[in-house]
Design a binder for this molecule. Structure first.
Ligand SMILES: NC(=O)c1ccc[n+]([C@@H]2O[C@H](COP(=O)([O-])OP(=O)(O)OC[C@H]3O[C@@H](n4cnc5c(N)ncnc54)[C@H](OP(=O)(O)O)[C@@H]3O)[C@@H](O)[C@H]2O)c1
Length: 264
């Protein structure tokens, strides 16, 4: 459409649907933002590291997509509320921000780590979901994605605090789905197994790259961030009446949280 046609009163192109992705500054969140942008969403890239979400917004905009960078800590409720209030609309929310801290047994795990994991994985998801639920409902066709983990479904030794937090996130998703049935909002949970992302294991082991590398040692092909993003984008782009309640996705070399084939 030319500028003249617009001036003559032709209808403007409809605004793109909006997808909020938390933890979009790295790994699965950044890859999901790329996937949803390519699917036609205006992606709101939310994470604490502003420089990283700005760089991703620039990359996506340069590729002809719509993206906005937002510095946001999902555990900061006033900041989350202000973020939600500034949005014109919200069609999709991907609760991806989260992660693990430490791999100590229950007997010696640091309660501070357990609290921080609960705070970001559960309360962070609760904060953003509560703040955006009115807009998701008002969209007439909303989708909430909860990125949990196979740790949300079964324990493993040394995983206690993360397993507890991800079980909490899983229960949040299950309960919300029961409570809002009949409204035009779907609740989708994606539970990945072993995914090799740049930061997940390094954050867990507080920068110890040697320990982080052992998580993936001998596994010929762990999942990648793109594999999970592809799964999320697929689930979000199903027709509105189709709700992928819970999707478990693992690499072929992993049969359970503890049964992993390693070629060592
Ligand atoms: N990698 C795996 O094996 C795996 C498997 C199953 C599930 N998961 C889950 O998938 C999600 C993404 O993991 P990943 O592998 O992509 O790890 P990652 O690269 O470490 O990504 C974590 C993201 O969360 C953000 N984040 C952390 N705390 C935040 C906060 N308070 N507020 C806002 N954003 C915050 C980080 O950004 P900032 O630091 O910039 O805030 C980062 O973008 C997590 O929920 C993780 O538990 C991962």
């Amino acid at each position: 459409m030319t500028a003249a046609e617009t001036a003559a009163g032709s209808p403007a192109a409809p605004a793109a649907p909006v997808a909020v992705v938390t933890g979009a500054s790295s790994g699965i969140g950044a890859a999901t933002a790329r996937g949803l942008a390519a699917a036609g969403y205006h992606v709101m890239l939310a994470a604490r590291r502003k420089d990283r979400v700005e760089a991703l917004a620039d990359e996506l905009t340069a590729a002809g997509h719509q993206a906005t960078a937002c510095a946001l800590d999902v555990t900061d409720r006033p900041a989350v509320d202000a973020f939600a209030a500034a949005l014109d609309r919200c069609d999709v929310l991907v609760n991806n921000a989260g992660g693990a801290l430490g791999a100590d047994p229950v007997a010696t795990g640091d309660p501070a780590d357990w609290r921080r994991m609960y705070e970001v994985n559960v309360i962070g998801t609760l904060n953003v979901t509560q703040a955006l639920l009115p807009a998701l409902t008002a969209s007439g066709d909303g989708t909430v994605v909860v990125l949990s983990s196979t740790a949300a479904l079964a324990p493993y030794e040394g995983g206690g605090g993360y397993v507890a937090a991800k079980h909490g996130e899983h229960v949040l998703a299950e309960t919300l789905r029961l409570e809002i049935v009949g409204t035009p909002v779907r609740v989708i949970e994606i539970a990945p197994g072993l995914v090799r992302t740049e930061e997940f294991a390094t954050t867990r082991f507080r920068g110890d790259k040697e320990k982080a590398a052992k998580v993936y040692a001998g596994v010929s092909a762990p999942l990648t961030a793109d594999d999970v993003a592809d799964t999320i984008t697929w689930a979000v782009t199903r027709p509105s009446h189709v709700n992928i309640d819970l999707l478990v996705v693992r690499p072929r070399a992993q049969a359970s949280n503890t049964k992993i084939h390693r070629e060592l």
